[in-house]
Ligand binder design. Structure first.
Ligand code: SF4
Length: 288
């Protein structure tokens, strides 16, 4: 017993006065390894990058990597099962017709374009026939595909340049294709891949954009950056087929609104936050 009048000092709790220690302790509680979830692993990785923000728990950050070789290979395998031999859905018989159809398909559907092109190519059967037109003369023929003034200008401009600079032949390299009016990487990749069988890049249209983001194959939003990401993780020999497969998957199953997750072969390896049905945890950043 202490002498009367003297109150003994309570022993301090270890770290009780120490803000730093307390912070670490609370960090430990928050990230306690008792119940790790895929979701928290993905979020940790997203928030801070591998091994940085979650440096105290390197095991967690390493566990889930959406672009790990095995995961990408599994996605490719399942796409092969679903769409073994798909190709471009635009009706065409020559490289020029494919180029025109692809230009017309911007902001339109392939079905819509395929309604217009057979008659268009009957009316103007060669590149020279298109090159002889003014954009205004072409406009009525492509009106139903939308944005018809710009599209008519691009098609006639491309025809004139192909006749003037490339001897009437659609060039078979990226640089020359990109020099044509109305042709950006998406159109050039469609023509190079589908017609010439040259894998110079990956087609990134609205379907590839959406599905790649849902499958966490990219976190980018700009088509060119998405293409770079996909070129890094997809083997080159698969670039052409992969583009077509993802486009078909976007049309057939992975719709922009209400994707058909219940019938999707990729369901148990897809963590998209806007899935309509899921047997696995979803990741908030995996969205279209
Ligand atoms: S599970 Fe759903 S969101 Fe994921 S790829 Fe399939 S359809 Fe798209």
């Amino acid at each position: 017993m202490p002498p009367r009048g003297i109150t003994p000092r309570r022993p301090a709790r270890p770290g009780g006065q120490d803000k730093v220690t307390r912070a670490v302790a609370s960090e430990k509680r928050v990230g306690a390894p008792a119940k790790p979830s895929n979701n928290s692993r993905a979020q940790a990785r997203t928030a801070g990058g591998e091994g940085k923000a979650a440096g105290k728990h390197p095991k967690h950050t390493r566990t889930y990597d959406p672009v790990a070789h095995e995961r990408v290979a599994e996605i490719l395998k399942r796409l092969d099962q679903l769409y073994p031999d798909v190709t471009c859905a635009l009706t065409h018989g020559t490289a020029w017709e494919l180029l025109v159809a692809t230009i017309l398909s911007a902001q339109s559907t392939d079905v819509n374009v395929n309604r217009v092109t057979p008659e268009l190519f009957r009316k103007y059967p060669t590149v020279k026939a298109f090159a002889a037109l003014t954009p205004e003369e072409l406009q009525p023929d492509v009106r139903s595909t939308g944005f018809f003034r710009n599209k008519a200008k691009s098609v006639v401009g491309a025809a004139k340049k192909i006749v003037a600079d490339f001897g009437g032949q659609v060039p078979m390299n990226m640089k020359d294709l990109l020099a044509l009016p109305g042709v950006a990487r998406k159109t050039a990749n469609v023509v190079l891949g589908t017609w010439f069988k040259i894998a110079d890049g990956v087609v990134v249209d609205t379907h590839v954009h959406r599905v790649s983001r849902r499958l966490e194959l990219t976190r980018n939003n700009l088509p060119q950056k998405i293409e770079q990401d996909l070129m890094r993780i997809i083997p080159r020999e698969k670039w052409i087929l992969f583009s077509h497969q993802i486009i078909w998957h976007g049309r057939r199953r992975c719709y922009a609104r209400k994707p058909g997750c219940g019938d999707c072969l990729l369901e148990n390896i897809c963590h998209a936050s806007d899935k309509t049905w899921s047997t696995v945890e979803t990741h908030k950043d995996a969205k279209a």
